[in-house]
Design a protein around this ligand. Structure first.
Ligand SMILES: *[C@@H]1O[C@H](CO)[C@@H](O)[C@H](O)[C@H]1NC(C)=O
Ligand SMILES: *[C@@H]1O[C@H](CO)[C@@H](O)[C@H](O)[C@H]1NC(C)=O
Ligand SMILES: *[C@@H]1O[C@H](CO)[C@@H](O)[C@H](O)[C@H]1NC(C)=O
Ligand SMILES: *[C@@H]1O[C@H](CO)[C@@H](O)[C@H](O)[C@H]1NC(C)=O
Ligand SMILES: *[C@@H]1O[C@H](CO)[C@@H](O)[C@H](O)[C@H]1NC(C)=O
Ligand SMILES: [Zn+2]
Length: 334
């Protein structure tokens, strides 16, 4: 009987170890934005999110515990993996939120005060990728749609095809930028072969969608892995309502080729990086400077991914087993 308690305890520990959750279910953009739209249906702005951030920023000075609009800031931290609780959220500042703020500040090399500092507000106002930064789970089997996650290869081998959504009517001057981006990644990995194919036969499918408002209006795109009829495909989903820029210098709008580089990186097996010159940095830089070349850090990371072979899943299971045994010995030892 003693051992059944031990077993329960171990199971609980294991659950704790595996507490990263898929935030995808809670994200409405994936449910509502499945219909591909024209690639540029309007000029985007972050006005709604900006006013939320400004309101919370101003109120905070008067009443630190209850801040109208804080629930939306919590939504934001929850969407990107920093707050473990799920919505709906209230407007009270609690310990969990303070911890989430601190984790966020540490991840982005901000002063880790656990308060919503101006520096923090500035960071969360920037346009960013919709994929969570931490605590994301790769789980394509149970929900059929998953975030891509490093260490979980959704394809085998090194031959991959990509295609552009006909419904998005992406003009040639935009697809050309994507081809450049695929070529750059192809050159970075020995043996990688990225070729163009028809959209509905492609491994990586590129399209423009109307992503949702709210927290989503600061999100310029996302990548997901979708399982349909037993076949996994990668999807790059960019926000059709943003004003995409096709090359050129710095500007006030989003650079399409930089976005392409970022999302191809996700689907080839890279997570977000907190290094600003990495193409996997989730935010658009305040200067809006385009970032289309892989940094040395990016090249080193992608080469490490591909030198390991495609046994990410097996490695995950192995790590889980080792942790279980380590915990078992620790508990028995006590
Ligand atoms: C933070 O921003 C608010 C509003 O923009 C401003 O009034 C305040 O002085 C700033 N605080 C610091 C420490 O910069
Ligand atoms: C890629 O495809 C080519 C031609 O279909 C094939 O010869 C090659 O072995 C494939 N490479 C990999 C790594 O699967
Ligand atoms: C890209 O092509 C579209 C459609 O052909 C055209 O309307 C647009 O002006 C072009 N943009 C640039 C920057 O060349
Ligand atoms: C790359 O993939 C294409 C399509 O699968 C194939 O025809 C071609 O032979 C491949 N090239 C190499 C070098 O594997
Ligand atoms: C873009 O901005 C960066 C950083 O502010 C600067 O170094 C670069 O020269 C700018 N490029 C152009 C073309 O303005
Ligand atoms: Zn991203």
């Amino acid at each position: 009987m003693k051992y059944s308690y031990l077993y329960t305890f171990l199971l609980l520990l294991l659950l704790l170890v595996d507490n990263s959750r898929s935030k995808l279910g809670a994200r409405s953009s994936l449910r509502s934005g499945l219909i591909s739209r024209g690639w540029r249906s309007g000029v985007g702005s972050n006005s709604q999110w900006d006013s939320t951030v400004n309101n919370v920023e101003q109120q905070q000075q008067f009443s630190p515990k209850h801040v109208k609009g804080l629930s939306q800031i919590k939504d934001y931290f929850s969407n990107f993996g920093f707050l473990v609780s799920s919505p709906p959220f209230n407007d009270f500042l609690n310990q969990e939120t303070a911890t989430a703020i601190k984790t966020y500040q540490q991840f982005f090399n901000l002063n880790p005060t656990a308060d919503l500092t101006n520096e923090t507000f500035h960071q969360i106002s920037l346009p960013r990728c919709g994929v969570p930064d931490i605590n994301l789970q790769y789980d394509v089997r149970s929900s059929s749609v998953s975030w891509p996650k490093a260490g979980n290869r959704w394809f085998s081998g090194k031959n991959l095809s990509y295609g552009f959504s006909p419904a998005s009517e992406i003009p040639a001057n935009a697809t050309r930028l994507f081809r450049n981006a695929f070529l750059r990644w192809e050159k970075a990995v020995a043996g990688l072969n990225l070729t163009e194919a028809r959209y509905d036969e492609a491994d990586i499918r590129v399209g423009f969608y109307n992503l949702d408002e709210g927290v989503e209006d600061v999100v310029w795109g996302e990548s997901v892995v979708r399982l349909q009829h037993g076949v996994a495909t990668g999807e790059i989903r960019l926000d059709a309502s943003k004003d995409w820029k096709l090359g050129g210098g710095n500007g006030s709008v989003l650079d399409l080729e930089s976005a392409a580089m970022h999302h191809i990186g996700h689907l080839l097996g890279l997570d977000h990086s907190n290094v600003e010159d990495s193409v996997m940095y989730p935010y658009v830089l305040p200067s809006r400077q385009p970032k289309v070349e892989l940094s040395n850090f990016d090249k080193a990371t992608i080469r490490r991914v591909y030198s390991k072979g495609s046994c990410g899943y097996a490695r995950g299971v192995l790590v889980r087993i080792i942790i279980t045994f380590a915990l078992a010995f620790a508990v028995v030892g006590l």
